[in-house]
Structure formats: structure tokens, C-alpha cells
Design a protein around this ligand. Structure first.
Ligand code: C2E
Ligand code: MG
Ligand code: MG
Ligand code: MG
Length: 298
């Protein structure tokens, strides 16, 4: 089927003209794909952790685990460069299993280091990983190995999951929920948003996409959108996390709108755990008045 072939080749059904630069890019992708196959065995993956902050108290409530690939020649490769490749090849399943193990182990270590702080950990789960039949077992195995309270684990999914197979999806989400694990809808507002999904699927948390957060200090429309999401959250009893907070202006506006949690470079960048061990010690306590707006960094 020619139409299928074209669509598969370039994803958009456009005609592509062969150019040497395309060839080079293709070779580069193939090399990266080959390296990716060995990356897990060679222990080249690492999780960085970004704080999720209670905006009212400015306490850290937990961290999102963000995957990086420590490539021997390319250095630290961000997920945008390899997650799609890992999805295409199916490697995302074992990589995601590793991320679940590692993040739950880390969260259990925080429990030991800061008893009573109940720091949560969030792990991103992509579509292919979610659809894999072993997902529930991977989650329960990770929790069991780490000895982590399931309530301290959140899985972040995206709206792209809701496009097809809604019955199977809803069932699996319910199974995850029954374990005590919480579910967050990532990048809320950017995808196939239909508010009916929020009734149909058992979601606990909405992560408001950065694209709405960026304008919130200066743009009345963005403020109105976030105000509406705050009301929605109250009505449906969903926790809200604002993503990508980069400035004091954004932080102040979100606090005024009553958004409960936030995440962003202004509050703390993703970092390897060693950097955060200090940070947690210092900032688990209420911060001094007047320190608002200063980055939560050592
Ligand atoms: P995401 O889950 O929406 O994660 C938030 C992304 O925004 C992260 O990018 C984070 O570093 C970045 N970010 C945080 N604060 C700010 C800010 O103030 N400004 C800006 N401009 N960016 C900010 P990162 O780490 O490059 O991850 C990109 C995406 O890759 C994630 O988006 C997630 O969809 C995916 N990803 C990351 N780790 C994993 C993983 O372990 N498994 C899977 N399946 N996907 C992952
Ligand atoms: Mg996320
Ligand atoms: Mg996001
Ligand atoms: Mg994103």
C-alpha cells in the first residue's frame, strides 16, 4: 500500500526529496539506535530529579524522575533525542522498567533519609510502555523491591493514551489506582483534551502545561485558562501542578490563582540525586519570609 508506505516514511504523508543531509541524519539515527540497544546493559541511563513544590508553603512535596542517557561520546543525551527511538524499537519497555525500579529505590532512600517527609516520586510512562502487558507486574515488582509505600509513587501519562482502546486503557488505569499508585495527566491542555476523559479515566493530578504557565504573569487570557483549570480541579477533586515555572512573576500569579503545586527552573532544575540530598535537608523546613522567589538551589 503506497499511501501507507509514504505515511510511514515521513509521518506526515509529505513527499521527501533525498538530500545528503537527510542521509547523514538517517545514519546518525541508526547509530544512535544501535547504541541505545546496549545502553541498558552498559548502565548508561541515569535519572535526574526535579522538585515539585507546594506553592503555598514552598515545601518540596516530591520529585519528578527525568531520564538521561550518559553516552560515552555524545555526553548527557536528553530524552527528546532518544525516547521516540526507544518507543519505535520497543526498548522503552525495559528502559521504563529500569526507570521504575531506580526511581522507587531512590524514593525509599529518601524515606530513610528524611523520615516523615513523605517525599513522592513521579515517573513518566509512555504509550507503548503503558500498553505493554507486563506493566502492572513491573510496577508491583518495583514497589516490592524498593519496599516503597505505593502512595508515594505517581505515574505520569499523557492524553495521547486516550485516543484509542478506551476500555482497555480505563481498566488498566483502574488496576494501577487499586495498587494505591497515583496518576497524573502530563502536559494537560496540549493534547487531545476532552474534558469527558477526566470523568472516564481515574486521574488524580493534572499537570498544567508550560505553554499556559509562560503567559500567566502578563496575559489575561492565560490567567483565565488557568483560573478555569483551578475551578475544574476543585470540582473534580484533582491536584494541580503547574509545569515550567521560570520567573517570580509566574510563581506569584500561580500562587494568587490558587494552584497548589509547581515545578520549573525557578524552583529547582532537574539534577542528579547527590545535589538534591543537600537541597532536601535545607528546604524541607519552611523557608524564611522574604526568600520567596529565590531558586531552591544550594
Ligand atoms: P515532561 O514529563 O513534561 O517533563 C518536563 C520537562 O520540562 C523536562 O524535560 C524538564 O527538564 C523540563 N522543564 C522543567 N522545568 C522547566 C522550565 O522551567 N522550563 C523549561 N523550558 N523546561 C522545564 P526533559 O527532562 O528534557 O524531558 C522531556 C520529556 O521526556 C518529558 O516531559 C517526558 O515526556 C519525557 N521523559 C523524561 N523522562 C522519561 C522517562 O523516564 N520515561 C519516559 N517514557 N519519558 C520520559
Ligand atoms: Mg512528566
Ligand atoms: Mg510535562
Ligand atoms: Mg512534556
Amino acid at each position: 500500500d503506497v499511501a501507507m508506505y509514504v505515511a510511514k516514511t515521513n509521518g506526515k504523508g509529505r513527499c521527501e526529496v533525498f538530500r545528503p543531509s537527510h542521509h547523514a541524519a538517517q545514519l546518525d539515527r541508526e547509530r544512535l539506535q544501535a547504541d541505545l540497544h546496549q545502553a541498558l546493559d552498559r548502565q548508561q541511563f541515569v535519572l535526574h530529579y526535579q522538585p515539585i513544590v507546594d506553592l503555598a508553603s514552598e515545601h518540596i512535596s516530591g520529585y519528578e524522575a527525568l531520564l538521561r542517557w550518559q553516552h560515552p561520546e555524545r555526553g548527557l543525551v536528553p530524552p527528546v533525542k532518544f525516547i521516540a527511538l526507544a518507543e519505535d524499537s520497543g526498548l522503552i519497555v525495559p528502559i521504563g522498567r529500569w526507570a521504575l525500579r531506580e526511581a522507587t529505590r531512590q524514593a525509599a532512600a529518601w524515606q530513610t533519609q528524611h523520615p516523615g517527609a513523605d517525599l513522592r516520586v513521579s515517573v513518566n510512562v509512555s504509550v507503548r510502555q503503558f500498553q505493554h502487558p507486563g506493566l502492572i507486574e513491573d510496577i508491583t515488582d518495583a514497589l516490592h523491591h524498593a519496599g516503597l509505600d505505593p502512595r508515594l509513587l505517581t505515574l505520569e501519562i499523557t492524553e495521547s493514551l486516550f485516543v484509542r482502546d478506551t476500555e482497555g486503557t480505563a481498566g488498566k488505569l483502574r488496576q494501577i489506582r487499586e495498587l494505591g499508585v497515583r496518576l497524573a495527566l502530563d502536559d494537560f491542555g496540549t493534547g487531545y483534551s476532552s474534558l469527558s476523559y477526566l470523568r472516564r479515566f481515574p486521574i488524580d493530578i493534572l499537570k498544567i502545561d508550560k505553554s499556559f504557565v509562560s503567559g500567566v504573569g502578563v496575559n489575561a487570557e492565560d490567567r483565565a485558562v488557568i483560573g478555569a483549570i483551578v475551578q475544574l480541579g476543585q470540582t473534580l477533586q484533582l491536584d494541580l501542578v503547574a509545569e515550567g515555572i521560570e520567573t517570580t512573576t509566574e510563581l506569584t500569579a500561580l500562587q494568587a490563582l490558587g494552584v497548589q503545586y509547581g515545578q520549573g527552573y525557578h524552583l529547582g532544575r532537574p539534577a542528579a540525586t547527590t545535589a538534591h540530598e543537600d537541597l532536601s535537608d535545607r528546604h524541607l523546613e519552611r523557608r524564611q519570609p522574604g526568600s520567596r522567589g529565590r531558586p531552591l538551589r544550594p
